[in-house]
Design a protein around this ligand. Structure first.
Ligand code: URA
Length: 255
């Protein structure tokens, strides 16, 4: 067995603590209260555990969407993607994870990027987080997962499931937009902060943004928590929040 160098471990710990602090600062956290119960304190600093109900944000109405050229089909978008080598993620991937589901879906889910299972199988959301998402769609909404369309911001697995880099996101962006155009959903649900931030064009605090309606090029968009986060923070509040968001999205998609 190879021995782990304690200095490497320390470096990894520092890198991960730095990342957490950066995310907290992005969320507007600038101090910690020592008095909070451990679970509450932990929940407060992570993306979805709103200690206070998420406010309803009334954004100014979006200007009318500019007429768009006829959308390519999903097959055409996939063909254009090809055996992609547009960014470094191609080096470590096993399979491209393009997307799956109904090409005419009324409801479209956008996650962050493939994990290990997705990379192995070439399908989005088939690992543990995917099981939870599938359960929420099938048991919660009462529809088959095949009725919706599911994809990610990036189509190849980032090493060690790190967040995709801006260059990687930019390289994949035309294909995500192509998928959205091809499917033409009535509602988009973004899963987690990166997907919401990308499609809303700004760095969002998912805690405050989830549960509120937005617009992506004329399509109503509902940001919610990422199922992987809900698995990590499996609190009644997080589950209730995601469920409320999905119910609102499903109701609007069927209207
Ligand atoms: N997490 C994601 O964001 N996407 C997947 O496909 C799986 C896990």
């Amino acid at each position: 067995m190879t021995e782990t160098d304690p200095r490497d471990e320390a470096r990894a710990l520092i890198a991960s603590a730095t990342q957490v602090l950066r995310e907290l600062m992005e969320e507007g956290v600038d101090c910690f209260e020592r008095s909070a119960a451990p679970e509450e304190a932990q929940a407060e600093v992570h993306e979805g555990a709103a200690a206070h109900p998420a406010p309803v944000v009334h954004e100014p109405p979006a200007p009318p969407a500019a007429p768009r050229p006829a959308a390519a089909t999903l097959e055409a978008v996939r063909e254009e993607l090809g055996d992609c080598a547009r960014c470094g993620l191609c080096e470590g991937r096993r399979k491209i994870v393009f997307g799956s589901g109904n090409p005419d879906a009324q409801l479209m889910f956008v996650g962050e990027g493939p994990g290990e299972q997705e990379d192995l199988q070439g399908l989005p959301f088939v690992g543990r987080a995917g099981e939870l998402l599938t359960q929420m769609i099938e048991k919660g909404m009462g529809i088959s997962r095949d009725e919706v369309y599911i994809c990610n911001i990036v189509k190849c697995r980032p090493p060690n499931n790190r967040n995709p880099l801006p260059t990687e996101v930019a390289a994949c962006r035309p294909f995500l937009d192509g998928q959205i155009d091809a499917v033409g959903p009535k509602v988009i649900v973004t899963l987690g902060k990166p997907a919401a931030s990308l499609l809303l064009g700004r760095d969002v605090a998912i805690t405050r943004t989830r549960g509120t309606w937005h617009d992506y090029r004329g399509i109503p968009l509902m940001p919610t928590l990422h199922p992987a986060f809900v698995l990590r923070q499996y609190t009644p509040e997080n589950r209730r929040n995601v469920w409320e968001d999905l119910k609102a999205a499903y109701t609007r998609a069927r209207a």
